[in-house]
Ligand binder design. Sequence first.
Ligand SMILES: [Cu+2]
Length: 306
Amino acid sequence: MPQHQAMPKGKEANGMATPPPDQDLRGHVVAPRPSHTGHRVEYDLYVDERQVNYTGKTRLAIAINGQIPAPTLRFTEGDTAIIRVHNQMGVETSIHWHGILLPNQYDGVPYLNTAPIEPGGMHTFTFPLIQSGTYWYHSHTMLQEQSGLYGSIVIQPKAVKYELKEYVLLLSDWTDHPPKEVLRYLKRAGEWFAVQKGATQSYGEAIAAGYFKDKVKQEWGRMPAMDLTDIYYNKFLTNGREKSYYPDAKPGKSCACASSTAAPPRTSTCSTPAGPCRSSPPMASTSSLSRCRSSKLPRPKPTTCW
Ligand SMILES: [Cu+2]
């Protein structure tokens, strides 16, 4: 009997109103094999299309178990993961377990090492967890990841027990443009996103700033003013919300923030009433662990983590 049932079809999953991410669905633990040290941790993930509204406009997105981001999957090093992915969409899908060391056939990249999950179909992934840390999982089919098909994976180390309260932060972005349209804009190398971001360049501006030579060089190399993948996003999200508050992170207490980035590299702003958010390793990687200490200050001071 699957533990996690999908929400009824047709019900709106408003991006702002999805269940709080800290109400994570804990996997169902079944009896381990006698020779095995860890547990068998099972999850049922139901992939479905949902309507979301992040900007005042209703758009179609992809959710797992009715939520964006998808549920955080929690394990302990040494466990065996048994994850059944049920595709309730009319198109094929896939799930790639990003950064997880596993047998090749469970990697989840369709047409490369795992078969795609057909519409209405189900695929069972079974793999041992031989590492610890914070990772993420996402669709590897078409542009489904941009539509919301991503979630966090947390693997607690077997030996070390964290005393700090841990928060899982999944950073992502949202555009109201259909992802296919975004790709079409990028391929055309148009300046529409640059116009939206106010990041276009002109010769006049370059000359006024003393960068005429650089501008000519850039044009000669057919290099646009922006990075090719730099898209105008309507929203930047943390755990599916524009702003996430953790009122139980009390002043004077330390906590651990395990963050994954389900988006192109960008700057994230961590505001604590606080102080510096120490990040190790830096947040440029897809996942990192930070230690944040909050203290009482007259005004909140934003801290930038890379
Ligand atoms: Cu990946």
